[in-house]
Design a protein around this ligand. Sequence first.
Ligand code: SF4
Ligand code: SF4
Length: 189
Amino acid sequence: MINYYSSEDKIMKLVHPCRCNKCENPCKFGSGAFIKGEISKSAKLMGLKKKKFEKEYTEELTKFNTTLRRPKILREDDKPYGKCIFYEEDVGCKIHQAKPYECKVAMGCKSYGEELITWFDLKFFLNPEDKESLRQYKIYVESGGHVLDGAQLEHFKEKIKELDDYKDIKKSRHKDWDKILGLKDEDSK
Ligand code: SF4
Ligand code: SF4
């Protein structure tokens, strides 16, 4: 039903602005990413300037070599997870009307919930034009990551071929990467 090419219109028809405990449970362990233009709307809802809102209430999240911002996670004891800064037990999401896109597509009770989140990652984090993004996606798929129709590695095979010998990294860093990666003896030229 949902694939790599699904449009935002189609996805928006599959999600609903509902609220219940099942969907709020993940808010106790993390938060979803904002896309372009959304931070200003959340800042406005909170009556804050975008810069102040960004600094006080958001943090960076990088996946597939793309960085977006998400609501801060309140971590305790250096745990990697924690409550979203906008989640309150009796209130739920304090920015429900202007919550991040990734939160909007989180549908805890739907059979296609996992597909929605994978679609978000492919649409907003994967950048097939960025070799490092594609390289990280390849590792994700080969490690058993969830894949949507249309986003199998075969789909990117021409671009993936170019990754095999890490030529792009070698070129961009101007270093002797064959030596660093142990593909060439220390003494060889
Ligand atoms: S999508 Fe389902 S689980 Fe999530 S808030 Fe709506 S009814 Fe609850
Ligand atoms: S922004 Fe709202 S919906 Fe998203 S994780 Fe935080 S509390 Fe939950």
